[in-house]
Design a protein around this ligand. Structure first.
Ligand SMILES: Nc1nc2c(ncn2[C@@H]2O[C@H](COP(=O)(O)OP(=O)(O)OP(=O)(O)O)[C@@H](O)[C@H]2O)c(=O)[nH]1
Ligand SMILES: [Mg+2]
Length: 329
């Protein structure tokens, strides 16, 4: 079984940094991971690990812009459509990897100029059929897929920006319909801020404040009654819009974030274990050797008929046959 982790999120959210950190972590844990670059305009120096599969070997954005006269946005869409028409290329590239994690670093924009002009073509995840089609193709090739959507902790500085991030995460989740994990990246910036001054830069002072963002509390959007913000006529429609968003998030609480602090190794481990769990990593593996004894945790996984008590009252596995586990499927 092969596993594909699609790393997505707005421009500059830390997707490439997270992908590299995940690669390092997998290697440290003696597991195999490979980087897949889906950015046809990527700068080679952007990668700490050489991509094992690279869309630039198939098509480059510069060539498309030069030869077909597209701008950066149209050119990026053209490159993706070209990839979808050439899935045999991807199939061949994927051929050599078994039991491995393939980490797809997905782009949102193409050039530095583009980054200045717009905060990122997040529509590629939320509206465009590119990623859903890619996911279907990966599934056809026998890969299990999981989406990881990053937004950066600086989004918490501005509640409106934050909720636009929540809505785009929600939209991408609904668009893709695959197991999904949302991550709040760059948490090292928040903790250092809140710890040294006692009143964080973002108005975030306590863990409880952070918790309201990690498990988004839509009431953060509601202005206090009587406040200047709530009173001005100009803002009344804005409030109505906010109320509608509050209602939407309350009715569909789909999004919550795992905090990611890359300065703490436990943090990436936690995110990886969520990814493993979401994709049921290793569930289909054949046991490599028989274990001499059964552990405490295994007792909970055994059907009760498989357990018997000794005279000393100690639980031991009974003689097991395959039928004992049939009802566990
Ligand atoms: N403090 C801090 N900075 C980070 C972290 N992750 C990424 N950055 C910085 O944020 C910037 C963007 O990181 P990238 O990993 O390139 O973000 P990206 O989402 O791949 O960006 P694009 O591919 O351009 O959309 C870089 O300057 C990183 O050094 C983090 O965990 N903590
Ligand atoms: Mg990147």
């Amino acid at each position: 079984m092969r596993y594909a982790v699609l790393v997505t999120g707005p421009a500059g959210a830390g997707k490439s940094t997270f992908s590299s950190a995940l690669m390092t972590h997998l290697r440290t844990a003696k597991r195999t991971g490979h980087l897949v670059n889906l950015d046809p305009a990527a700068n080679s120096s952007a990668f700490e690990y050489e991509p094992a599969i690279d869309i630039r070997d198939l098509i480059s954005l510069d060539d498309v812009m030069d030869e077909l006269g597209y701008g950066p946005n149209g050119g990026l869409v053209y490159c993706f459509e070209y990839l979808l028409q050439n899935m045999d290329w991807l199939e061949e590239e994927l051929g050599g990897y078994d039991d491995d994690y393939l980490i797809f670093d997905c782009p949102v924009r193409c050039t530095e100029r583009e980054r200045v002009v717009s905060p990122g073509q997040i529509e590629l995840y939320t509206h465009h059929p590119f990623l859903p089609t890619l996911v279907r193709q990966l599934n056809r090739l026998g890969l299990r897929t999981c989406g990881v959507y990053l937004i950066e902790s600086q989004f918490m500085e501005d509640k409106y920006k934050f909720f636009s991030g929540v809505l785009s995460a929600m939209s991408a989740m609904v668009n893709l319909e695959i197991p999904w994990i949302n991550v709040m990246s760059k948490m090292d910036l928040v903790t250092s801020n809140s710890e040294d001054s006692g009143s964080g830069r973002n108005g975030i002072r306590t863990r409880k404040d952070i918790a309201r963002f990690l498990d988004p509390d839509p009431l953060l959007l509601v202005s206090a009654p009587g406040s200047h913000e709530a009173q001005t006529e100009r803002n009344s429609r804005f409030h109505a819009l906010n109320q509608a968003i509050v209602q939407l998030i309350e009715d569909h609480p789909l999004v919550s974030f795992l905090p990611l602090d890359l300065t703490n190794p436990d943090s990436i481990e936690t995110v990886l274990s969520h990814i493993d769990y979401t994709m049921q990593y290793g569930e289909d593996e054949e046991p490599k050797e028989l274990r001499p004894s059964i552990s405490h945790g295994d007792l909970f996984a055994c059907p009760s008929s498989a357990i018997q008590t000794t005279d000393l009252g100690i639980l031991q596995p009974a003689d097991l046959d395959e039928g004992d586990f049939a009802d566990m499927e």
